[in-house]
Write a new protein. Sequence first.
Length: 151
Amino acid sequence: MFLWPASSKGKGVSARTVPLTLNGLAAFRAFDAENLYQRFSPSAVSHSFKRGARQVDGDETAIHLYSGRHTLGADLYRTTKDLATVGRMLNHAPGSRATAQYAQGANADVDRAAAAALTAARQVPPAAPKLPKKLPIARKQQKVRRLRRHS
């Protein structure tokens, strides 16, 4: 588990605990093993990432460090088909418009899956309702009494 700190950005969110994947747990353990607990400049990390992306994808690459967050949001939405889950996993405030922007890359896949599920659900005939063959005697007597009162 990972404790995600509170944020006052946007609508703000409270601190919360987030489950880790096995790969995420391995990454945190590697971080700890190397004792990488130091202050660092976010711009320096971004610059290093961009330099590496250029080496892999060329000088005109559109990949940025933040692209990974958008990929994660789209993959979560593609897997869960639930924007609320995506928002929680990205630590967005409930109902945040940003969540839909992160999940946007998976909209076509999720729409196809929804259409396929609807088609499959409509092909299954509905079960016939089970009705009693005869009314229980007590109910029959109640109906007879009501009819006598009103006649």
